[in-house]
Design a protein around this ligand. Structure first.
Ligand SMILES: Cc1cc2nc3c(=O)[nH]c(=O)nc-3n(C[C@H](O)[C@H](O)[C@H](O)COP(=O)(O)O)c2cc1C
Length: 169
C-alpha cells in the first residue's frame, strides 16, 4: 500500500477485535514513528506501549470509552518539552514533533491493516498517575492499536478552496 492509499484508508477506528497485534507489526509501526522528522532532530518524545488485557479498569479512568480497551494495545505519544527545540520567540515544538511521530505510526498501522484512533480527550491527571508519567513529560495523544471491528463512519472535509490561501492570507 502506498502512502496515498494509507491516507485514504485511515479512519478513526472506534471498535476493535481482541486479536493480538503481531510483534513484527508492532515493531514496524514503532519504527515508522522513530523515522519521523523532528525540529532540529532533537526527538523530544517517548512512546508508551501498554497492553490493555487485565488493565481495563484503570485505563478506563484515563479515557472512559469501552473501545479504548477492546484493542490489545494502547500507544501513547509523550512530549518532553525540556528536550524540545524552541523557536526564536520561545515557542516549544515538542508537541508538534510528537504529533508528527504519532501520525507516522497511524499511517504505517493503516498500511498493515491495523486500526487506530487519535485520542486527546483523555483525563491528563489520571493518565499521569496510571502511566507513571514524570512531571517533565506531557502526554499528547493516545491511540488503541488493534484490528478494526467496524468499518468507517461517514466523515467530511472542508473543500480545498476553503483550506488553501494562495500567496497571501
Ligand atoms: C488531535 C486529535 C484529537 C482527537 N481526539 C479524539 C478523542 O479524544 N476521541 C475520539 O473519539 N476521537 C478523537 N479524534 C478523532 C477525530 O474526531 C477524527 O479524526 C475526525 O472526526 C475525522 O474522522 P476520521 O479520523 O474518521 O477521518 C481526534 C483527532 C485528532 C487529530
Amino acid at each position: 500500500m502506498d502512502v496515498f492509499e494509507a491516507i485514504e484508508r485511515r479512519y478513526s477506528v472506534r471498535s476493535y477485535k481482541p486479536d493480538p497485534v503481531e510483534d513484527e507489526k508492532l515493531s514496524r509501526v514503532l519504527e515508522a514513528a522513530r523515522q519521523a522528522p523532528t525540529a532540529n532532530n532533537q526527538q523530544p518524545f517517548r512512546i508508551l506501549v501498554v497492553h490493555t488485557r487485565g488493565r481495563e479498569e484503570e485505563l478506563q479512568r484515563v479515557y472512559g470509552r469501552r473501545w479504548l480497551t477492546q484493542a490489545p494495545l494502547l500507544i501513547g505519544f509523550v512530549a518532553l518539552p525540556g528536550e524540545a527545540w524552541r523557536r526564536m520567540d520561545g515557542k516549544p515544538y515538542g508537541e508538534v514533533d510528537a504529533a508528527i511521530a504519532m501520525d507516522h505510526l497511524v499511517l504505517a498501522a493503516t498500511a498493515l491493516g491495523l486500526g487506530t484512533c487519535w485520542i486527546a480527550a483523555f483525563d491528563p491527571a489520571a493518565a499521569r498517575e496510571v502511566f507513571g508519567l514524570p512531571e517533565e513529560a506531557e502526554l499528547v495523544a493516545l491511540t488503541p492499536l488493534g484490528y478494526p471491528g467496524r468499518g468507517p463512519a461517514a466523515t467530511s472535509r472542508r473543500p480545498l478552496e476553503e483550506l488553501v490561501r494562495r500567496e497571501r492570507w
